[in-house]
Design a binder for this molecule. Structure first.
Ligand SMILES: NC(=O)N[C@@H](CC(=O)O)C(=O)O
Ligand SMILES: [Zn+2]
Ligand SMILES: [Zn+2]
Length: 440
């Protein structure tokens, strides 16, 4: 395995220093790095670059098995690496659904073979995501995939009795239920946020209360059974208030916000461009402000991408017929830099918390989200925060083009990503692990 001597990287934005990556770990930091480097260590000039722990996504749709035309484990994790991620949680709404030990082990295995990032499969809560019968949670937890996060994402676990049982059940193996909070009856036929814009456009609205009612119920259930709850893609100011209240009571709840909900609003529906159609829907500017504030003050713990690739035919059509979802792995860090760091709401050290340290902790991914210190696994990313890049889906690694940021210029370019000391991105380009370090 190659050794890398990284010269002059600003660790979490601090003063520049050197890092030696050897044997899969950070072998040395500071002046010791050059001293301990062997003669054939590859030197990486990190002048002007910031080093962050490898990013960890708690919410990625990889689409394999079943929709390999839109993304595979390989293409999705290559996109992850390009975005600075070293671990992703693969959502369970595949075909077949990841509701058995067999399917989660298959996804885990595909991730290992591809080698771009660690793939932690999410197990379905209910069989077939049908919301009627608990899936084999224990078998998925004890499988080689070691599932800790369970979710019916795409669907809400709407039945309170099933939700209670799931919360109780996962306690035995320190699991967490990640809820897609959407009251189904309140969102039948919904196409976008319910508000001024939906009224003007005549599109069926998706009220904030459909999200908030489920979150309120679930934090109370989590308190009642003493279990751990995670709330997916929080999108409204009211949801933030409920989570703030729950945390103040000591309820064990964590929450995520997506990059798109930190930047975009429901005004974009006026374009009728389905790239802006997503679940939960883009909300108002007031919601965006509340989400940013909540992320900065820790009420919302993390940023998760909800990377949701879709086929051209499911997005290049009229709004009503289009699929919900946006890609996000390659734009997550730039959007967080734009919305949270450039605005002064967060530091780069905070970014490491919300995009690496805390998602690793919530997902119980032991060897990611670690300090940038000697002896730690060498899973890191090097970012040029000063670079401004125009988002161009034709130049992305994901197999799908449904980014809502197309044509926008955003700060931050990932120049290198290392997974346990092996480069997956170098000089700003993916390096194919299967081809022993050639540019892919
Ligand atoms: N976010 C989306 O709009 N779509 C997701 C499902 C989901 O995250 O709920 C998908 O799988 O396409
Ligand atoms: Zn969802
Ligand atoms: Zn999702």
């Amino acid at each position: 395995m190659s050794e890398y001597l990284i010269r002059g990287a600003a660790l979490l934005g601090d003063a520049p220093t050197d890092l030696l990556l050897a044997g899969g770990t950070i072998a040395a930091v500071g002046t010791a790095a050059a001293r301990e480097a062997s003669g054939d260590a590859r030197v990486v000039d990190a002048d002007g670059l910031v080093a962050l722990p490898g990013l960890v996504d708690l919410h990625t749709h990889l689409r394999e098995p079943g929709r390999e035309d839109t993304e595979t484990v390989a293409s999705g994790t290559r996109a992850a690496a390009a975005g600075g991620f070293t671990a992703v949680h693969a959502m369970a709404n595949t075909q077949p659904v990841a509701d058995t030990a067999g399917v989660v082990e298959q996804v885990w295995h595909l991730g290992r073979e591809a080698g771009w990032a660690d793939v932690r499969p999410v197990g379905a809560v209910t069989v077939g995501l049908a919301g009627t019968q608990l899936a084999e949670l224990g078998a998925m937890a004890t499988s080689r995939a070691g599932v800790r996060v369970f979710s019916d994402d795409g669907h809400c676990v709407a039945d309170p009795v099933l939700m209670r049982r799931a919360l109780e059940y996962v306690k035995a193996f320190d699991g967490v239920i990640a809820q897609h909070a959407q009251e189904p009856r309140l969102t039948e036929g919904a196409q976008m946020n319910e508000g001024v814009v939906s009224a003007e456009l005549g599109l069926t609205g998706w009220p904030a209360v459909a999200e908030e009612a489920i979150i309120a119920r679930d934090v109370l259930l989590a308190e009642h059974v003493g279990s751990r709850l995670h709330v997916c893609h929080v999108s409204t100011a009211g949801s933030v208030e409920i989570i703030r209240w729950a945390k103040s009571r000591g309820i064990d709840v964590t929450a995520e916000v997506t990059p798109h909900h930190l930047l975009l609003t429901d005004d974009l529906a006026r374009t009728y461009d389905p790239r802006y159609k997503v679940n939960p829907p883009l909300r108002t500017a007031e919601d965006v402000a509340a989400l940013r504030e909540a992320l900065a003050d820790g009420t919302i713990d993390i940023v998760a991408t909800d990377h949701a690739p879709h086929a051209v035919e499911d997005k290049d059509c009229e709004w009503g017929a289009a699929a919900f979802g946006m890609t996000g792995l390659e734009t997550a860090l730039p959007v967080v830099l734009e919305t949270m760091v450039a605005t002064g709401a967060m530091t780069l050290a905070d970014v490491a918390q919300v995009l690496s340290v805390r998602p690793a902790r919530i997902g119980r991914v032991g060897d990611h989200g670690r300090p940038l210190a000697a002896g730690e696994p060498a899973s890191i990313t090097l970012v040029d925060p000063a670079a401004r890049v125009e988002v161009d889906p034709t130049r992305q690694a994901t197999a799908s083009g449904n980014t809502p940021f197309r044509g926008r210029t955003l700060p931050g370019r990932v120049m290198a990503t290392f997974l346990r000391g092996r480069a997956t991105v170098l000089d700003g380009h993916p390096v194919d692990p299967a081809r022993g370090g050639e540019h892919a």
